[in-house]
Ligand binder design. Sequence first.
Ligand code: ADP
Length: 611
Amino acid sequence: MALPGIAALRRPPRAASFILGAVLMLTALWTVGEWRARSAAADLEHAAEGALALHLAALLSGLDKHRSVPFVLARDPEVAALLRDPADPDRRRYIDHKLDLLNAEIRADVIYVIDGDGNTLAASNWSSGQSFVGHNYGFRPYFRNAMRDGLGEHFAMGTVSHQPGFYIARRVDAPDAPGVVVVKVRFEDVEAAWARSDSPVFVTDGQGVVILTSRPDWRFRPITPLPEETRRVLRESRRYGAAPLAPLPFATGGPEDAARVVLLGDGVAAEGDPGSHLLVAAPIPGLDWTMHILVSRVPVHQQVALTVIATGFAGLLLLFGLSRLQDWRTSLRERIETQQRARAELEEKVAARTRELTEANERLLREAEERRRAEVVARQARADLVHAGRLAVLGQISASIAHEINQPLGAIRSYADNAVTLLRRERADAACDNMHRIAGLTERIGTITSHLKGFARRTSGPVGVLNLEPSVRNALALMEHRIRRAGIRVEVDVPAVQVRAEPVQLEQVLVNLLQNAADAQDGRPAPRIAIRAERRGATCVIAVEDDGPGIPEAMMPQLFAAFHTTKAGSGGLGLGLSIARNIVETFGGTIAGGNRPDGGAVFTVVLECAP
Ligand code: ADP
């Protein structure tokens, strides 16, 4: 019998569970991987933006510092004086020295002064082999812009030094002395600082060409291919010297973020770096430049891998745990089912056994009731039988009793007749004597009838302890007439003992034995009956013996069986001994009959003796 709750515990087949688990696991891994990729990319971007902001701040502060120099020099009266009188060699030398000193202080590349025609009058590198003095820079955009607008800034390759630099030019604000003061800045320190970082940092100009960079080999290479026209213009202007302007092998876009992820191609990717980088850019205020930082996305991949592995491991652990739980549930379900089956079987067995026991009990009760009824019937039958036996005994002794009564009745008649005669003769005394005799005789009759009445009517009482001797006497009294008439010699030897019996029934037994003894000696000379009793331990043995012919051998096997008699002709029923045994057994005693060696029969009754 399966309970509904147990049915709910049934699990799907193992293969289905496995597939479901695998699908869930892969989905979870994919989701976690995606989430981790996004969050790690965001973290990386955040960090890159922070680094970029720092680099940008450093760059701007350097630029501002250098911008102040031409600003101040453009207002310097000595510079204006030089422009007014460029032929004065002392003045030129003086300014050369001054610029040299200033350059050493601010650590720019070169500081120089150009007149209105573009000729360099003085320069901080006046004494070096690559001195700018005497060179004409009238074609340079920074010069032209400064002459036109007052300020010109331009990044370009140096025509003399062949070193790239950022040129900051200021027009000298003196109408009579046109000219420009220029500071060429090289950013080597800045680039060296950038190079110390793992992530490449670079600045592109308005065309997207790298001009400042932590990776020198990237310089003057555009981050996206330049249109042919732009390349031509740049080459002709020699702004970046003879640089081929080959684009950096950056493949923009990727599976994750098309705009910001670049894949570094051969030659630019660091060794062991798969090349996927995040490109973060920020415009540089005041210039058409853009600063970039390229951060490797390896940490993102590592974190994603780590997270996926950890999640996978946790998932496997979870699956393992779930599988163990499943197994545990299965075994629990099986255990519960087994227990329920066992309990159901047990309950069934108990119910069957209870049914059997109930039926057996009912059968026993029925049998007990039947037995009880049978016993009542048997007891009643036995009592009836005993009473019938007693009446039979009475019937047998009634003739002699009638004779016994007739004799005093006859005497009473004669005494009465005599008394009448005597009264007529007025012999009152004699008549009175006769009356007394009559009274004595009626008393004798009364004694005889009272014996009979007691024997015939008295119903049996319970078994108890009684004196043996009065019962023997009563039995002999009932037999008295027959004994006397048959001239039987009676020997009595009964001590004063107490036995367990019922008086009327004990008398009945004794009368029966006396009757049989008398019957056996009917017509025989010198009949004799002896009644003896003696104590033997806890019992009392009562023996009734006679001098008759003894019990016939053929009678022996059924001596106490009912309806076995040798006296059928004289009205014997064969019930006397059967009833006697019945009575003695109800007293808890035994009865036996046998023949004496010297002739005659002897019957012994053994009864329980009172202490
Ligand atoms: P009944 O006296 O009517 O025959 P009993 O049961 O008293 O029935 O006796 C059964 C038989 O046992 C008698 O018929 C007789 O043959 C035998 N029996 C009993 N008592 C004696 C005795 N004292 N001597 C010889 N035979 C006896």
